[in-house]
Design a protein around this ligand. Structure first.
Ligand code: NI
Length: 169
């Protein structure tokens, strides 16, 4: 198992639309293990394959306090959104240090394959619902800062590019 490099906004590769996973084979299981390692090491609550430059529909999540309840969603589809929505503060491992409000459905129903390739359906609310919607956006090439105003987004872009220059120095 290994930790993978995470793409940083505004890397254009973050805007790639992910393709469905064809089969949950040994390669996919290796990728799942590495993505879980990467998420735990970065102290994140979710990670989409897009963020590690793999453009297939796979996300890993763990919103538990103890960090021991991993959730793997392959080819996820949201089949229901609650009409109730709220703005929640979100952050992203690809946009380190930036937190801002995004409006999301309070609850959702999701259909996906699990880490063994079996179909699962789940209903999520609270932080888990927010996290799944955020990670599924990544698979569509969308980063949460794209919900913010162009002014805020440009400020974030400038800040991220400056940080990345400093990292290289
Ligand atoms: Ni993210």
């Amino acid at each position: 198992m290994a930790s993978l490099p995470i793409l940083r906004y505004p890397d254009p590769k973050l805007h790639t639309v992910a393709k469905p996973v064809a089969s949950v084979d040994a390669r996919m299981k290796g990728l799942i293990a590495n993505m879980l390692d990467t998420m735990y090491e970065a102290a994140g609550i979710g990670l989409a394959a897009t963020q590690v430059d793999v453009h297939e529909q796979l996300i890993v999540i763990d919103v538990s306090e103890e960090r021991n309840v991993p959730l793997v969603l392959i080819n996820p589809e949201i089949t229901w959104y609650s009409p109730e929505k709220h703005r929640n503060e979100e952050g992203c491992l690809s946009v380190p240090g930036i937190y801002d409000g995004v409006e999301r459905a309070d609850a959702i129903k999701v259909r996906a394959l699990d880490a063994d390739g079996k179909e699962q359906t789940l209903q999520a609310d609270g932080l888990l619902a927010v996290c799944i919607q955020h990670e599924m956006d990544h698979l569509l090439g969308k980063v949460f800062v794209e919900y913010l105003s162009p002014l805020k987004r440009n400020r974030i872009k400038t800040k991220m590019l400056k940080l990345q220059r400093e990292d290289r120095e």
